[in-house]
Design a protein around this ligand. Structure first.
Ligand code: UFG
Length: 335
């Protein structure tokens, strides 16, 4: 079946029922793309997938299923979000990460090549850098992951590089910094069970879903001693995928590795201050020792994505990010 929109082909989004994937699905649909989603619903939610998308429940490593979707839905590009994302878990269960993020990606990439898919966008991560020698971190700086999560993603980047040199497919590996917030129109947000991300945890505490927020480390080499991160709004990140896709289509002989961040960092205390400012309350803070494997500061040099694509940040204000995360958190007592 050919693509049913004015666009030349349809897009397959893996992990489209997850946090970032569901926002990418919205952005693609809003831009007029025809979208198919494959998700095994292990961590994703069926209701997170917009009803305009075609939904296929299953695994990206099921080559027969993926082949049927590529041929049947007229897929010309894949946005690959499916995977495991919890850094400490990757230390406990490295083989889970090398299966879900590396081996299953290998299978998906092979299905893409065999199915004649021309473009591939991969969810990579700032965790590929490990502890950067310099801040802000550029894409050409050394990639020395300090956990299996980062390594599992870096290995997939390596596969894509070799595959793009050998086959008629180009790719973007987008290295996300700290993704946060929710769709400004309230259509999607982060529902992940047992989430540990700072902004999600902090807005949960502000709404009384948890008693306090632990601050993991107050002796970092940062202005206030707490960890500094480059928080990027999930809808800006979804928009970066649209521009990456347009760039891959316009320049089919080029592939790109690009940071996705704003180039500025906020400390844990600054994030908690933002939450307090917005709610008018006071989140209870508890000082804790450092969490294993946390770098002091992680901030993107985003000059490459700015130079390569027309993408520009639209929702970079920290209070906006926190406000949208809070609005989503309010919509369900369970989340
Ligand atoms: N933090 C706290 N208390 C919490 C949660 C986090 O103090 O309850 C601190 C962390 O120590 C860190 C900062 O807040 O300094 C951000 O921590 P997150 O857990 O929100 O995010 P991480 O930076 O550890 O990791 C996230 C993603 C990774 C990704 C990385 C890239 O989880 O997948 O960003 O920057 F690789």
């Amino acid at each position: 079946m050919p693509s049913d929109s004015a666009r030349p082909f349809a897009i397959l989004v893996t992990g489209g029922a997850g946090y970032i994937g569901s926002h990418a699905v919205l952005a693609l649909l809003d831009a007029g793309w025809s979208v198919s989603v494959i998700d095994n619903l292990v961590t994703g939610f069926r209701q997170a997938v917009d009803s305009r998308a075609r939904f296929h429940e299953g695994d990206i490593a099921d080559a027969a299923l993926v082949a049927r979707i590529i041929a049947g839905d007229g897929i010309g590009a894949i946005l690959h979000f499916a995977g495991s994302v919890v850094v400490p878990e990757s230390v406990e269960k490295p083989l889970k990460y090398y299966r879900n993020n590396t081996a299953n990606s290998r299978s998906l990439i092979e299905s893409a090549v065999e199915g004649g898919v021309r473009h591939f966008i991969f969810s990579s991560t700032a965790a590929t850098y490990g502890i950067p020698a310099e801040i802000p971190v550029r894409e050409d700086m050394p990639t020395v992951p300090i956990n299996p999560y980062g390594m599992s993603k870096l290995m997939t980047e390596a596969m894509l590089k070799d595959v793009a040199a050998a086959h008629p497919i180009n790719y973007c590996a987008l290295r996300y910094f700290n993704v946060a917030g929710a769709d400004p129109d309230g259509r999607a947000g982060q529902s992940t069970a047992g989430a540990t991300h700072l902004i999600k945890v902090a807005v949960g505490a502000a709404l009384g879903k948890r008693a306090e927020v632990a601050i993991f480390g107050t002796d970092y080499a940062t202005p206030d001693g707490t960890g500094v991160r480059d928080y990027i709004h999930v809808s800006d990140l979804a928009d970066a995928h649209l521009h990456a896709l347009d760039t891959l289509i316009a320049r089919p002989d080029e592939s790109h590795v690009m940071n996705c961040g704003y180039g500025r960092g906020f400390s844990v205390l600054e994030v908690l201050d933002s939450v307090d400012r917005i709610t008018g309350g006071t989140v209870v803070r508890r000082m804790e020792p450092r969490r294993a494997g946390d770098p002091d500061a992680l901030v993107a040099d985003n000059s490459r994505i700015l130079a390569t694509t027309p993408w520009r940040p639209r929702l970079a204000d920290l209070d906006t990010i926190v406000n949208h995360a809070l609005a989503w958190e309010r919509t369900s007592a369970k989340r």
